[in-house]
Ligand binder design. Structure first.
Ligand code: ZN
Ligand code: ZN
Length: 143
């Protein structure tokens, strides 16, 4: 059976940011880069959706931080939840998978920037690992 994927809801801890995604969500790519470690306190578990399929339904708390020359990060300025990774040159936005309501029905695709991984945890699944970006192996990963 085909048809439109269900609308998924997500948001921050305090409710100051809420969003809906009407299209398909990419499976989760864990990014172990140093920026993600600082921002999330550990690796960043990102799913992704097309920009035009993401609707911000509550934007009161939404703030953007330019974390690099190629992307900005969206977070809630009231509770601090990490929410989005938005690259300038793509028409899709990374969404922190933990912001989605459960069940997310997503799986882990793999790991990127493993070369920058922090030393206090191990990666114990059998998913593919890349030292830097996946070079296209994962759609629109976190370069
Ligand atoms: Zn919040
Ligand atoms: Zn990262």
């Amino acid at each position: 059976m085909t048809g439109a994927p269900p609308v998924r809801s997500g948001g921050c801890l305090c409710g100051g940011v809420k969003f809906q995604v009407s299209g398909p969500l990419r499976d989760v790519v864990y990014c172990h880069c140093q920026m993600c470690q600082k921002l999330h306190g550990g690796p960043g578990a990102h799913t992704k959706a097309q920009n035009h399929q993401i609707t911000i339904t509550e934007g009161r708390g939404l703030k953007w931080y330019r974390s690099s020359q190629i992307a900005q990060r969206g977070f809630c300025g009231e509770c601090g939840s990490s929410l989005f990774w938005q690259p300038d040159q793509q028409d899709s936005t990374g969404i922190l998978a933990g912001a989605l309501e459960q069940p997310s029905k997503l799986k882990t695709m793999g790991h990127i920037f493993v070369g920058e991984k922090a030393d206090f945890y191990e990666i114990n699944d059998s998913c593919p690992q890349f030292q830097k970006s996946s070079d296209g192996a994962f759609p629109d990963d976190h370069t």
